[in-house]
Design a protein around this ligand. Structure first.
Ligand code: NDP
Ligand SMILES: O=C(O)C1=N[C@H](C(=O)O)C[C@H](O)C1
Length: 880
């Protein structure tokens, strides 16, 4: 959810039913893990903004992990307007299943009444409109991007969209075209009548609750089963001028995904940035117990804050200074009340507040974006807490839209405490008040407060003294680094034809010139890489959000190349990013980078070569490596008959090299990638030769291939003192089981003396050897006192038997590993049975990537130990 790779658009106008546009839609996962997208197609330009129908699309290839290609079947459109408003009939939701039917809603309006039309289908293709709407509301205008989903009344866990019973409430969110804000209600879905009724605590109109009181629109939620959570993802439009957008070449950004759940009061939702974001946290500053009297500011010094994650808890000793809530304000439009008061009051001096954070501030405060609280007291002695994100002073540029956004925070002030979390990202300020009770996003375009000229202050401009109970500020790294680095490394190499041409042909030179020539080649390569890196960054900046840390730590005078310098300067000005010299080195870090971050930065630069990409495991490892952001070297060793072939794996072209030129090829790759790691999943009889090859070349490696002469394998590596991870089993949970067995054997040797053991292992028919994992487990049983010869292992390779007696799913005949160990006491009265059954390859492929990252860390830290197994990797917490 943090590192994304840009792929080609999945759905583009191409058929009569979407000729003039493919607009918003939603995905639903049908049984069998089959995703389908419902989306709005525009079939005619008139009536404006277009004639709207609903279509469906399905993946062209379900086994493609990226689902890159989508088919739009010719029986589209599946929902056509009948008497609905044909130009306001769009944005189908994710469907839910109820009473034998799939159901979904389409947003619309009739006159000025907002409508969620309900549709039902048994087969997802033939849809019938329900006689009544799911819900509608007068005076709200067009409902765009509706979203309808269950939330748990107890706890923060998300609910699958089709969950209709248990302790749940439902949420209906709509994006109001008329106001360009979103509002939601919490209510009850009557599954018999198929009707949604908002609770009476939910205001159902423009003045209703908002996900975000700032620049946030067209959001969608989805259920993430891997972490049992519902994620909200919204879009923020630019507030800059159209001309600037055109210059940038892009407009609009997706904000940081947020987890969303129902507050225990049942009256509102709560949001919080997904925890994965924390992997980008870098240097940290911590402060506690600092008081801020009226007019005082505290500057956060020592770390870069153009991209930062800020968490502050403010306390105060009394509510007495709270300002009076002006009765005149009751005349203001209720839907914009908070925003209006923020505009009127701003950061002007108050009583209890304004206090908060000045983000994106220039040195002399010509520009800053304050995010703050102000507490008011109403005539009936209640407190109203206003939270503001005020773009008015954010930029000296007069042409950009600089609204002062605001929302009320519904919390009890008994503890006299308020907290704020702010995610700052150059042109984006996302603020979460009181643990996500109120959220406001601003887009801002400073002209002076850019890059390293950005300052951050805590401030108080109220008469009540405020204490900063605790404050954490982290500099944030760029998720795009992964993408950039892989692009960079691909640049000359991706075309396999260039592969050989990049080598230095120094053997053609007389010996005295060779060394100089090599040095020259090395320098030229480095410069070229730097050049590509800059180009990639600048290209990236010109396409993507004004966001997340594009601080390049390179002394500018390294560039002999005029063109690069020119690009550098012009892009940096336009995109407000700074290419600084070693920013991190110059800034003292209060807390050093944590382990997680280190693992991440490893991932940024690690190139891996996968042998053999032709095999099942090889392919799975490439895909896992691509997902983890590693650089896949576009070359792989295979057998002679495949030599010279170029194969496509994980979206990469990889050239297969036969046995003849391995040494030279490996040396040349190593020259390009000095921190190369090889991952080997080949065949048992290649294990020893391959290990020798890697050892001779001095390339650290991960050996997943089983079989071969294992003693010789360890000896070869040991002799050359090379770093390697060697393990017949890379699947995290199986490794844990193996570790437990080893511990048991060590702790209680002989505990199973006299027991008999029966072992069966079933694998795909193409597996050439006996399970290496079974052998490892058996060696533990042997230490536990069980007499067992490895040739007693029963191998099952017959697909019929695998299906009929073991229940191997048919689709996994080609890749499964079922193991059973049965122990029986001598008198037959006690028995044990252990099983580990794995279908598919991804569990091992993920483990292999973990092993490569682990190895790279060991190499960097010059660890004494050189040869590791997966239990070492697991034990050090390096398996995801
Ligand atoms: N450690 C672990 O967690 C796991 C280990 N494994 C082990 O990994 C190995 C590979 O498994 P899998 O991918 O399923 O097997 P595959 O048969 O699908 O792949 C092996 C590939 O290696 C190629 N190959 C053969 N000889 C050589 C050679 N000398 N040099 C380079 N490539 C060669 C084969 O080519 P061709 O087919 O043309 O002969 C084939 O493409 C096996 O030993 C398996 O037991 C598997 C899963 C998990
Ligand atoms: O070839 C396989 O498939 C597997 N091989 C490894 C082994 O031999 O132990 C691991 C797992 O059994 C899958």
């Amino acid at each position: 959810m943090i590192n994304w790779i840009q792929l080609e658009p999945a759905i583009v106008p191409s058929k009569p039913f979407d000729k003039y546009g493919c607009w918003s839609g939603s995905a639903t996962i049908l049984p069998g893990n089959k995703p389908v997208i419902l989306y709005t197609g525009i079939t005619a330009k008139r009536p404006k903004p277009g004639y709207q129908v609903q279509n469906y699309a399905i993946p062209a290839n379900y086994s493609d992990p990226f689902l890159k290609e989508w088919v739009k079947p010719d029986d589209n459109p599946i929902v056509k307007p009948t008497y609905e408003n044909v130009s306001s009939f769009r944005d189908p939701t994710t469907a839910w299943f109820n009473n034998g039917h799939w159901k979904m809603i389409v947003g619309s309006k009739h006159n000025h009444r907002g409508i969620a039309y309900l549709y039902r289908s048994r087969d997802f293709v033939k849809w019938t409109k329900a006689k009544h709407t799911l819900h509608d509301k007068s005076d709200t205008g067009m409902w765009e991007c509706p979203d309808f989903y269950p939330v748990s009344t107890c706890g923060t866990n998300g609910m699958e969209t089709s969950t209709l019973e248990g302790g749940i409430k439902h949420v209906l969110k709509v994006s109001l075209d008329a106001t360009r804000f979103e509002y939601y209600t919490i209510g009850t879905y009557n599954t018999v009548k198929d009707k949604y009724v908002p609770d009476n605590t939910s205001v159902d109109c423009w003045a209703g609750l908002r996900y975000d009181y700032g620049n946030f629109y067209a959001s969608k939620t989805f259920f993430d089963p891997s972490q049992n959570r519902r994620i909200l993802w919204g879009w923020a439009n630019e507030s800059s001028t159209a001309l600037e957008d055109i210059t940038k070449g892009w407009a609009g950004i997706q904000l940081i995904p947020r987890m969303i759940w129902l507050h225990p009061s049942g009256k509102q939702l709560v949001q919080w940035p997904i925890h994965e974001l924390e992997s980008l946290r870098g240097d940290r500053l911590y402060q506690n117990d600092v008081t801020l009297s009226k007019g005082e500011m505290l500057e956060v010094n020592g770390i870069t804050v153009a991209q930062a994650d800020v968490e502050v808890t403010f306390t105060f000793s009394s509510l007495d200074e709270a300002e009076i809530f002006d009765p005149q304000w009751s005349k203001l439009p209720p839907e914009n009340l908070a925003m209006e008061i923020c505009g009127i009051k701003g950061t002007k001096q108050g009583g209890l507040g304004p206090f908060g954070v000045l983000t994106l501030a220039s040195k002399k405060l010509e520009e800053y974006t304050p995010v703050f609280f102000r507490v008011f007291r109403t005539w009936d002695n209640k407190h109203k807490i206003l939270m503001c994100s005020d773009a008015t002073p954010s930029s000296l540029n007069q042409d950009v839209y600089k609204p002062s956004f605001g929302g009320f925070v519904d919390v009890d002030l008994a503890k006299k405490k308020l907290s704020l979390r702010i995610l700052i990202d150059h042109s984006v300020v996302e603020s979460f008040g009181e643990g996500g009770m109120t959220v406001i996003t601003s887009r801002v375009y400073p002209t002076l407060a850019v890059g390293r000229n950005v300052h951050l202050h805590l401030f108080n401009n109220g008469t009540e003294t405020i204490t900063v109970e605790k404050m954490n500020v982290w500099s944030m790294s760029s998720p795009h680094d992964l993408f950039l680095n892989s692009k960079l490394n691909q640049k000359p190499f991706d075309n396999p034809k260039n592969f050989h041409h990049r080598r230095c042909f120094d053997t053609l030179l007389p010996p005295p010139f060779r060394r100089k020539h090599r040095t020259f080649c090395r320098l030229r390569r480095r410069l070229r890489r730097l050049h590509f890196l800059l180009e990639a960054i600048c290209r990236q900046l010109s396409r993507k959000r004004n966001g997340m840390s594009f601080v390049l730590e390179v002394p500018v005078n390294l560039f002999g190349c005029q063109q690069s310098q020119h690009n550098l300067v012009s892009y940096s000005r336009k995109q407000r990013c700074l290419f600084s010299m070693s920013a991190k080195l110059n800034t003292p870090s209060i807390q050093s980078l944590d382990e997680k971050h280190l693992a991440h930065s490893n991932a940024v630069v690690l190139p891996i070569m996968v042998n053999s990409c032709m095999g099942k495991m090889g392919q799975a490892v490439v895909e896992a490596g691509v997902s983890a952001g590693l650089h896949i070297v576009p070359a792989s060793f295979g057998i002679q008959k495949d030599a010279g072939k170029t194969i496509q794996v994980g979206g990469k072209d990889i050239q297969v090299h036969g046995p003849s030129d391995r040494e030279a090829t490996l040396a040349s790759i190593l020259e390009e990638y000095p921190n190369l790691i090889v991952v080997d999943f080949t065949v048992p009889n290649a294990v020893n030769d391959n290990a020798k090859l890697y050892c001779n070349a001095g390339v650290p490696f991960v050996m997943g291939t089983t079989g071969g002469d294992r003693d010789l394998l360890y000896k070869t590596v040991d002799d050359t003192k090379l770093y390697a991870v060697i393990s017949p089993q890379m699947g995290k949970q199986v490794v844990a089981f193996l570790a437990a067995m080893e511990i048991m054997a060590k702790q209680f040797p002989g505990a199973f003396s006299g027991y008999t053991l029966e072992v069966t292992e079933s694998h795909q028919a193409t597996k050439l050897d006996t399970s290496g994992t079974a052998k490892a487990v058996i060696s533990c049983f042997q230490e536990l006192g069980v007499a067992f010869d490895l040739d007693q292992i029963q191998l099952i390779r017959d697909p019929k038997q695998q299906i009929e007696t073991l229940g191997v799913p048919e689709e996994h005949l080609n890749g499964h590993a079922f193991h059973t160990y049965r122990l029986k006491s001598p008198d037959g009265t006690v028995s044990f049975e252990f099983q580990h059954n794995v279908c598919g390859r991804s569990i091992y492929a993920e483990g292999a990537i973990d092993a490569a990252l682990f190895l790279s860390k060991k190499i960097q830290s010059k660890a004494d130990k050189k040869i590791y197994d997966m239990i070492d990797v697991l034990r050090e917490g390096s398996m995801r």
